[in-house]
Design a binder for this molecule. Structure first.
Ligand code: DAH
Length: 335
């Protein structure tokens, strides 16, 4: 009887695969209603002289089963742990994944190069909103209602009175309204115009500049912008001031630099003229000074504005503005 039982138990123990099977086997043999518990209970029905020997056999078997179950449990647990460790292990011989280096966008680079030059000349940096009131973008800058720049073709209107700023010039007005002269700052930022081709993007960047004090003259304007051009494009770069018109400056000028690509011999970029237009500027119109409550008899100043994309395109000989915004890493990696 107990030899059979021992064999059956060993067969079942052999075929065990996991810990849950082991728990069931332990219950089957040693549980309250288990086989060995029943065997022990049945001893009382044996004749007294057989009871002692039978009791010893059953107890021996019970101890054996217990110790073998314990041993099996320990080995199943060890196996399970080993399998888990193997599945979670890291192969430290695999080659690593490199994170790749980022770099500054060419527009950010040109923007900070320009800003650095003006900061060294004592200009501070101001900002203004991109969603702007018509009043600041046009009205107070002396741009009349019938000016072509206000046409729906060029300006993104949010409502009758609100636009996406078409230039950084409204920052001039905002700063002048909240501060008294002397003023000397630049205002970099995004601007928007309803226009798109290889040299125009509906969103682009400008840097505005303004300097106001007593006795500021056109000579100061020329000196500051000359210094800027020489720092930005090289000390031997030719500079030319051409008469122009902007409603918020009087007189107004456009500033050209000698084409550094062909050394003014004439090329595709300068359209064979030897000159590149880089900047608009002028003496702040007295009407604008009055609009912000400054006395034009006491104060004067100059303003200027330039497009960052244009300068970056000239500097790096890029012929399509869309390359700046495509986010193609092959393009961006070159700067
Ligand atoms: N706001 C002008 C534009 O977007 C650029 C400009 C010209 C700014 C002359 C100025 C300036 O401050 O004096 O075309």
């Amino acid at each position: 009887m107990s030899a059979d039982l021992s064999n059956t138990f060993h067969d079942e123990l052999q075929s065990l695969k996991d810990l849950s099977g082991l728990v069931q086997l332990r219950v089957k043999y040693l549980g309250k209603k288990g086989i060995l518990t029943a065997e022990l209970k049945s001893l009382s029905s044996l004749p007294a002289e057989e009871r002692k020997a039978a009791g010893k056999r059953v107890n021996d078997l019970k101890n054996l089963i217990e110790s073998e179950l314990d041993a099996k449990e320990a080995s199943l647990k060890a196996e399970a742990l080993k399998a888990q460790l193997l599945s979670e292990s890291i192969d430290i011989s695999l080659p690593g994944k490199s994170a790749g280096f980022g770099r500054q966008h060419p527009l950010s680079r040109v923007m900070s190069e320009i800003a650095d030059i003006f900061v060294k000349m004592g200009f501070s940096i101001e900002e203004g909103p991109e969603v702007e009131l018509d009043k600041y973008n046009f009205e107070l800058l002396n741009i009349p209602k019938d000016h072509p720049a206000r046409d729906m073709q060029d300006t993104f209107y949010v409502s009758d009175e609100i636009v996406l700023r078409t230039h950084t010039s409204p920052v001039q007005v905002r700063v002048m309204q909240r501060q008294k002269p002397p003023l000397r700052f630049i205002a970099p930022g995004r601007v928007y115009r309803c226009d798109a081709d290889i040299t125009h993007s509906p969103m682009f960047h400008q840097i505005e500049g303004l300097m106001i004090d007593r006795d500021i003259t056109f000579s100061n304007l020329k000196a500051v912008l000359r210094t800027f051009v020489h720092q930005m494009f090289g000390a031997d770069t030719a500079v030319r001031f051409r008469p122009s018109f902007f409603p918020f400056t009087e007189p107004s000028a456009e500033i050209d630099i000698g084409c550094f690509l062909c050394k003014q011999a004439g090329c595709r970029v300068c359209k064979s003229t030897g000159w590149l237009e880089v900047l608009g500027a002028g003496m702040v119109n007295p009407a604008v000074l009055e609009n912000v409550g400054y006395d034009p008899d006491e104060y004067s100043g100059f303003a200027f504005g330039m497009g960052i994309e244009r300068i970056a395109m000239l500097k790096y000989a890029i012929d399509d503005i869309r390359l700046f915004f495509d986010n193609d890493a092959r393009f961006l990696r070159q700067f």
